[in-house]
Write a protein that binds this ligand. Structure first.
Ligand SMILES: Nc1nc2c(ncn2[C@@H]2O[C@H](COP(=O)(O)OP(=O)(O)OP(=O)(O)O)[C@@H](O)[C@H]2O)c(=O)[nH]1
Ligand SMILES: [Zn+2]
Length: 213
């Protein structure tokens, strides 16, 4: 299938040794691009050897400063990033680190939305109350990055059906979606339940009623 996006090209490839707080270490080839549709500084991390996989494992990880860098327990982003890095390195694939903070609404708006969630709104209602889309993410640049890396067929590591839907609409062959692990805590449980109920994420959670007992 021919991707329906304009071409982007690789700008720079650089190897970076990664060292996680739990001791896991791996070297990533970090890749930047020219010509991405939204002009953002997205990066690809090539882990392991994608060439050995018929359909490399790919994750589209949306930036979450609070979860990825600060270890916030309000979401599951930090543990998902850690999990994805190791799983992709094991099979060979690519992690796209997409600068889509707050599902695309930006950091300050996300923190405004957190403040509204503290008054009782769920994660989607809070965005709407701010006059913003529930999810503003567009994966055109992600499709451009994968195409520039020569990836046309892939397995997608996600619980979010919209990511696979958008990539397929952009001309990529998502062979299968592979769910991430469940990283639920008392602090992020309501958020994860909202994702399951509202946007049909495939996360195997215990019912809220059971957990509330
Ligand atoms: N607006 C808003 N964004 C949030 C909130 N919690 C987390 N995020 C953002 O949501 C995004 C999470 O992205 P992903 O890890 O790709 O999660 P996902 O869309 O559920 O998809 P998968 O993890 O692939 O299943 C990041 O950009 C976070 O900053 C919230 O309460 N409000
Ligand atoms: Zn997060």
């Amino acid at each position: 299938m021919t991707p329906s996006t304009d071409a982007a090209t690789v700008r720079t490839r650089v190897r970076i040794p990664l060292s996680f707080s739990d001791g896991y270490q791996v070297t990533a080839e970090v890749i930047t691009f020219n010509g991405l549709a939204d002009g953002a500084e997205h990066v690809a991390l090539v882990l392991g050897d994608p060439a050995t996989a018929a359909a490399p494992l790919v994750r589209l990880h949306s930036e979450c400063l609070t979860g990825d860098a600060f270890g916030s327990a309000r979401c599951d982003c930090g543990p998902q990033l850690r999990e994805a890095t190791e799983r992709i390195a094991a099979t060979g694939g690519v992690l796209l680190y997409l600068r889509q903070e707050g599902r695309g609404i930006g950091l300050y708006n996300k923190l405004d939305a957190y403040a509204l969630q503290d008054t009782g709104l769920d994660t989607y209602q809070a965005n709407t109350a701010l006059g913003l889309p529930e999810d503003a993410r567009d994966y055109t640049a992600a499709a451009q990055m994968l195409t520039a890396l020569g990836i046309t067929d892939l397995d997608l590591l996600t619980n979010n059906p919209d990511k696979a839907r958008q990539l397929r609409d952009l001309g990529l062959a998502v062979t299968r979606t592979v769910p991430t692990g469940v990283h639920s805590t008392p602090s992020n449980l309501r958020y994860l339940h909202a994702k399951v109920q509202h946007t049909h994420h495939t996360i195997a959670l215990a019912p809220m009623a059971i957990l509330a007992r």
